[in-house]
Ligand binder design. Structure first.
Ligand code: BGC
Length: 286
């Protein structure tokens, strides 16, 4: 039998995904960490699907305005909101401004996240705290404000079957331990229980909370893992599907999870990882 493994020496971008249908007409979405990477792709996919979008960011006014303009090109409303998701006052102010501008919120994509990598004996408390505060506490603060608004408004059947949706951006590292990144892996492990516990608590209010767990996606957070042929080949040893993920791979899944097409999906983690969590080392071992 011919070896089915395609060559992994090319890190050329995968062709764009098919056009998205209008799955989110009339919905108002807030995406955090949305001026680059996965967050930007989620904004553009939601806009293509017909949602109005609030673009949260903390550093980088110009890139945020570019994302807003690209979203508006799909004919939807879009606006940028500068706020640090780990700061309670800034999060509350962002929600107040967004609800004033958009009327309400139907979808939160809690995406903002960062890495501060170090071996454990070199890891500072500041590196630990920054990652936990942004990646985990930031999701708590943003989810709490969204849930308060979902409960205040209730279900609007003209917009959605549910009273609101939250998508937590997790990682394969909610499951795969990651040496040299204990702060990041701990934050993502925390997101698993944050998401599931919130999903259990809020489901009776018809609020759906789920996670996406991306694998290696071509974004600025992990450039070193894919920007040279040698790094890319090494990475491909971890990805059975034989290509790096593109940001729109995550954006399209987020649209589906935010839409009523996934109305009975509650408390789930969707791994979007090209099979990274399939323990590829065991394909030829064990
Ligand atoms: C990390 C990336 C990494 C990927 C797979 C993501 O959550 O942010 O840096 O490449 O997981 O290991």
């Amino acid at each position: 039998m011919a070896d089915p493994t395609p060559t992994s020496s090319s890190n050329a971008a995968a062709p764009p995904l098919p056009k998205l249908p209008k799955l989110l007409p009339g919905q108002k979405a807030l995406v955090t960490g949305a001026n680059s990477g996965i967050g930007k792709a989620v904004v553009l996919a939601m806009a293509e699907a017909g949602a109005d979008v609030a673009v949260n960011y903390v550093v980088g006014d110009d890139p945020a305005q570019e994302v807003v303009a690209a979203a508006q090109a799909f004919g939807v409303k879009a606006k940028a909101y500068k706020a640090d998701v780990s700061d309670e006052g800034q999060v509350k102010a962002m929600y107040a401004a967004m609800v004033a501008d958009f009327g309400t919120i139907d979808v939160l994509v809690a995406n903002a996240g960062l890495q501060r990598d170090a071996a454990i004996d070199d890891m500072t408390l500041a590196q630990w705290n920054t990652v936990i505060q942004v990646n985990l506490t930031g999701q708590f603060l943003c989810a709490r404000e969204a849930i308060r608004e979902f409960k205040r408004r209730g279900i609007n059947p003209a917009v959605s079957r549910s009273a609101g949706k939250i998508i937590c951006m997790s990682s394969v590292h909610q499951q795969i331990p990651w040496a040299g990144h204990v702060n990041y892996a701990s934050s993502k492990g925390g997101i698993l229980m944050l998401m599931q516990s919130l999903a259990q608590e809020c489901a009776p209010h018809r609020i759906r909370i789920n996670s996406i767990a991306p694998g290696a996606i071509r974004t600025p957070i992990n450039t070193a893992a894919w920007d040279t042929p040698a790094a890319y080949d090494k990475l491909m040893g971890l990805v059975p599907y034989g290509r790096i993920g593109e940001p729109d791979d995550i954006g399209h899944v987020a649209v589906w999870l935010a839409s009523d097409h996934s109305d009975y999906v509650v408390g789930a983690t969707l791994f979007v990882d090209g099979g990274m969590t399939l323990y590829p080392g065991f394909a030829t071992n064990g």
